[in-house]
Design a protein around this ligand. Structure first.
Ligand code: PLP
Length: 419
């Protein structure tokens, strides 16, 4: 028996059950992925014991000589991976990264443009209950009702009208490539700074498949755990001239001590993302998404914007007589994990919207390819067409479990990466 199992069997059992769930089902939440075992080892390492307020070489605690090595490596690798002038690797998560950037370039009450949450934006892009919407005067832009692509006529006109100090680009549920150059042109015209939150597609940028925001944006923020495939965390890239303020607004502005075990995991993730193998991974994520999208559409489902250019798609399940909540539950019963999601111009509520969001990053990490995506797409179509057929859902679940055996997740059915 290992120490965790022995000391705290309740927690052990829950982690073990989660390991089995991750191996036996299809994880299709677009923002999730499986880290490598080395990253899990770093995140479960002794670095969790160390306080290191400050930055490498300038800490407020003794004994930081080894964590300084770790953080310096993480910074240098992040800069190299994305071709950025400067990096802060301490944000605990994407939300903290965004908040620290806002504190760096905005005063309370300043005008900001961001993508509407209901049309694919993120909470931290001005949602009323979020700190972003409470402190700043966000104006939301959206997508064109005809093609569901970002509506640049509207973005230009809002920018001219509100003269924002900052324009935020990036999205949580947008299935198309984001043209950073167009945002940069608009920001320049109205004298705004540009922040790109590439949390969802950072891995595709790293693999050279999605255009990079780094040449265009004053600030680039990201999570590290989605397509990028690192530990759950955040990262800020910026121009050298902004680094001093960014650093000050991460620590002490919004955080205390960095999570050095996670910083180590990020350093490993950045190195992994520079390999040739990772480039192949990024391309496969997109190829898989395209194949899955085509299969779903061939099966009669309607996709927002008519397809995908990236790692995710939004399916309007009202076209088959369902709400998003029910569709999520039906797929869950089959061993397919997705999340319900608002679609542009949704007439339903966030708690039971019209859509589901489906992504391919995690399945691609398992080595699944386009043949598997066709099978997965057909299972989804079948299940959503018979939402109350429990026996069918059980059969699909078993077929999926068998397929999953051929594509082990990095940790297998083992709960932790430690020996
Ligand atoms: N930004 C975008 C675009 C996101 O999609 C997310 C998470 O879903 C975040 C920021 C926030 O990340 P976190 O959950 O790590 O705070």
């Amino acid at each position: 028996m290992n120490p965790l199992q022995q000391q705290d069997p309740e927690i052990w059992d829950a982690i073990q059950a989660e390991a089995v769930r991750q191996q036996d089902g299809l994880e299709m939440i677009a923002s999730e992925n499986y880290t490598s075992l080395p990253i899990m080892q770093a995140v479960g390492s002794v670095l969790t014991n160390k306080y290191a307020e400050g930055y490498p070489g300038k800490r407020y605690y003794g004994g930081c000589e080894h964590v300084d090595v770790v953080e310096t490596l993480a910074i240098e690798r992040a800069k190299k991976l994305f071709g950025a002038e400067a990096a802060n690797v301490q944000p605990h998560a994407g939300s903290q990264a965004n908040t620290a950037v806002y504190l760096s370039c905005l005063e309370v009450g300043d005008s900001v443009l961001g993508l509407d949450l209901a049309q694919g934006g993120h909470l931290t892009h001005g949602m009323k209950l979020n700190i972003s919407g409470r402190l700043y005067n966000f104006h939301s832009y959206g997508v064109d009702p005809k093609n569901h692509r970002l509506d640049f006529d509207q973005i230009v006109s809002l920018a001219r009208e509100h003269k924002p100090k900052l324009i935020v680009a990036g999205a949580s549920a947008y299935p198309r490539e984001i043209p950073h150059d167009r945002f940069a042109e608009i920001a320049e015209e109205v004298g705004a700074k540009l922040m790109v939150d590439m949390a969802h597609y950072a891995g595709l940028v790293a693999a050279g498949i999605h255009n990079s925001p780094v040449p265009y944006a004053d600030y680039v923020t990201t999570t590290t755990h989605k397509t990028l495939r690192g530990p759950r965390s955040g990262l800020i890239l910026c121009k050298e001239e902004h680094l001093k303020l960014v650093n000050r607004n991460v620590f002490p502005g919004t955080q205390g001590g960095p999570l050095m075990h996670v910083v180590a995991g990020k350093a490993i993730c950045f190195a992994e993302a520079m390999t040739a193998e990772y480039k192949v991974y990024g391309q496969s994520v997109v190829d898989n998404a395209k194949t899955l999208a085509e299969t779903l559409m061939a099966g009669g489902l309607r996709l927002v914007s008519g397809g995908t250019d990236n790692h995710l798609m939004l399916v309007d399940v009202t076209a088959v007589g369902l709400g998003g909540k029910k569709a999520e539950e039906v797929l869950d019963a089959c061993g397919i994990t997705v999340n319900m999601n608002m679609i542009p111009f949704d007439e339903r509520r966030p708690a039971d919207p019209s859509g589901i969001r489906i992504g391919t990053p995690a399945l691609t990490t398992r080595g699944m390819g386009t043949e598997e995506m066709k099978r997965v797409g057909n299972w989804i179509v079948k299940a959503l067409s018979s939402p109350d057929d429990g026996a069918l859902h059980e059969t699909i679940r078993e077929e999926i479990r068998v397929m999953c055996d051929a594509f082990p997740v990095p940790a297998g059915r083992v709960a932790t990466a430690q020996p």
